[in-house]
Write a protein that binds this ligand. Structure first.
Ligand code: SAH
Ligand code: DHB
Ligand code: MG
Length: 221
């Protein structure tokens, strides 16, 4: 088993189940042209986010880590009629590229890109009583993941779902000697989930065109 095979299968799944969409493809194209890193979710992962939003009948979605808005557009496509999405991004250039991509997708009315470090934006969302969010997707700096989950819980209701990207990191997460700050952050996140009775969670390893990683999913009790 190797990465070429993972890629081929992702391509196969996507060709069968994830029809091409002009706005999503343009979002990736312009993100790359602007020099953004291609660390967006894959098309089949993006569709999973949309399906989760649909399953929840999501009216309010929060995303932490916008990049060029690729996952953002997928999530917004799963909103119910009249639903709203807020996405948090620290890098001005990323937020600008995302804003354009979102507008081209015809989703500007439903979305707000909030510029600034998420740890500063999250308390403001709470102060402004913008929650509870039905679905929260965490995909920003991995070192802060546990802090974001804590805020996500405060901005939730019973039954809200939290999805966290990149929780396996090529398997490094299971290596207790790893000193990488992202890996330490993700391990701190698992420690938190293990103890926190406010939610119930699991995590799944994934392979695909973006390599070996995984995602966690949690429901608020
Ligand atoms: N969700 C996107 C990918 C996000 S990549 C997708 O799948 O399409 C991670 C993003 O988090 C980057 O754009 C990065 O600038 C942003 N980020 C990093 N640290 C942050 C922070 N402290 N607050 C908010 N955003 C942050
Ligand atoms: C990285 C970040 C991501 O959100 C991702 O999905 C893959 C890689 C990174 O920072 O390397
Ligand atoms: Mg990610």
């Amino acid at each position: 088993m190797n990465r070429e095979q993972w890629k081929a299968v992702d391509h196969f799944i996507t060709s069968k189940l994830v029809p091409g969409d002009a706005a999503l493809e343009a979002a990736l194209h312009d993100s790359e042209a602007a020099g953004l890193p291609s660390i967006n979710v894959t098309p089949n992962q993006g569709k999973l986010l949309m399906l989760l939003a649909q399953m929840l009948g999501a009216k309010k979605i929060l995303e932490i880590g916008t990049l060029g808005g690729y996952s953002t557009i997928w999530l917004a496509c799963g909103l119910v009629e009249g639903g709203k999405l807020i996405t948090l991004e620290a890098a001005e250039k990323h937020a600008q590229v995302a804003q354009k991509n979102i507008a081209r997708a015809g989703l500007a009315e439903k979305m707000e890109v909030r510029l600034g470090p998420a740890i500063e934006s999250l308390p403001k969302l709470a102060e402004q009583r913008l929650g509870p969010f039905d679905l929260i997707f965490i995909d920003a700096d991995k070192a802060s993941t546990a802090d974001y989950v804590d805020w996500a819980i405060r901005l939730s209701r019973r039954g809200s779902v939290i999805v966290v990207d990149n929780v396996v990191r090529q398997g490094a997460v299971a290596d207790a000697t790893n000193k990488n700050e992202d890996v330490l952050g993700v391990r701190r996140f698992y420690d938190m989930l293990a103890k926190d009775t406010r939610l119930s969670a699991t995590a799944i390893q994934t392979v695909g065109s973006k390599g070996y990683d995984g995602l966690a999913i949690a429901v608020i009790n």
